[in-house]
Design a protein around this ligand. Structure first.
Ligand SMILES: C[S@@+](CC[C@H](N)C(=O)[O-])C[C@H]1O[C@@H](n2cnc3c(N)ncnc32)[C@H](O)[C@@H]1O
Length: 328
């Protein structure tokens, strides 16, 4: 790697090091118990010494009725960037449940095997482990989110992963949402994460607790999944009626502007532009997603409305919109 590219990759990797809280995992996983019976779960971006995903699935192995838990632990090529900075070798782990009857996973029940490479989720040996898995659950490196999701789809895996709301309009992600192959989970918004000690202080959304542990919080963090859940079938209760005065048409696209999700008119049959926060309320039996503004949505369901591909009213650009249509 050239010096510049290596530096860039190093700073990107630094921003990928943050660890999900057990409470956030528990809160979301409560909604999916029925999917896990008899399944092999793979956490493929998870150092078991710091990953609460490994902790959650090993401690809830019997409760969920799992068949097997696999985790791989990435060893960054940048020595100072390894999760806890103290491992020489990338490893993979396998847990098949409590054998000694003490109800908790003990060290001698967890098989630890070396990996030949660095444990990159895209490496051949990690892909072999992926093939064994039914469901992949983790918080992957956000800088590689597009590739990460593409790989899960390529191998036909079920998944429940954490990502940023911005990913909704990525050109690699939006088509999956539109085709009902990916949707949001139950909880989202602000989440806080522990970050390693080498983390550089930031002016916002960063703090250190009394013990010296560094933290970051992120807004707009959501679970992305293709596992069905009840919230996805709840109907959005609508109370507003359409009027041309309140819901103007865009200058450059045949749809009306609805600037608040709560104000989607209950009686309009055409296409409506809504904020992307709509996705958190989307019920595929109630609405169909037909497209999105913004260049990332290209080319599926995409319209070309100007140099920055946004919709306008009276020449004024609107923020990113999803285009939806009521189902009869
Ligand atoms: C956002 S952190 C989340 C860690 C852990 N999954 C959790 O939620 O606590 C993403 C993790 O992915 C690891 N990682 C970065 N690049 C990776 C790659 N190419 N393959 C596998 N893991 C990677 C990082 O070391 C980092 O620990």
């Amino acid at each position: 790697m050239s010096g510049n590219r290596s530096l860039h990759a190093a700073s990107r990797a630094k921003n990928d090091e943050f660890y999900t809280e057990l409470s956030d995992i528990e809160k979301e996983l409560r909604h999916y118990k029925k999917h896990f019976q008899g399944k092999t779960v793979y956490c493929n971006c998870d150092d078991p010494r710091v990953s609460n995903f490994f902790h959650y699935f090993s401690y809830n192995f019997e409760h969920l009725g799992l068949k097997k838990l696999i985790a791989t632990c990435y060893k960054s090529q940048h020595a100072d960037l390894f999760s806890q900075n103290d491992s020489e070798q990338a490893v993979w782990l396998e847990y098949t449940g409590d054998k000694d009857g003490n109800g908790t996973p003990s060290l001698d029940e967890i098989a630890v095997m070396p990996l030949q490479g660095d444990g990159d989720f895209r490496s051949a040996e990690c892909i072999e482990l992926l093939k064994q898995a039914d469901i992949v659950v983790t918080n992957p490196p956000f800088s590689l989110f597009r590739e990460y999701v593409a790989q899960l789809v390529e191998y036909g895996k079920q998944f429940l992963i954490i990502g940023n709301q911005n990913a909704i309009t990525y050109k690699e992600i939006f088509p999956l949402i539109k085709e009902n192959k990916l949707w949001l989970g139950n909880h989202g918004g602000d989440m806080k994460f522990k970050v390693p000690s080498h983390y550089e202080p930031r002016p916002t959304r960063y703090w250190q607790d009394e013990s010296g542990q560094k933290w970051r919080s992120m807004g707009n963090t959501f679970w992305f999944t293709n596992l069905d859940h009840d919230k996805r079938h709840e109907e959005l209760i609508l109370y507003k009626r359409y009027s041309p005065e309140e819901y103007p048409y865009y200058d450059n696209y045949d749809a009306i502007e609805v600037s608040k999700v709560a104000e989607i008119p209950c009686d309009f049959d055409g296409v409506m532009g809504v904020p992307i926060t709509f996705l958190d309320k989307h019920n595929p039996e109630q609405f169909e997603i037909v497209g999105c503004s913004y260049s990332y949505g290209e080319p599926i369901g995409y319209f070309h409305g100007g140099t920055d591909y946004s919709v306008t009213i009276g020449g004024i650009h609107k923020y990113k919109r999803l285009f939806i249509k009521r189902k009869k």
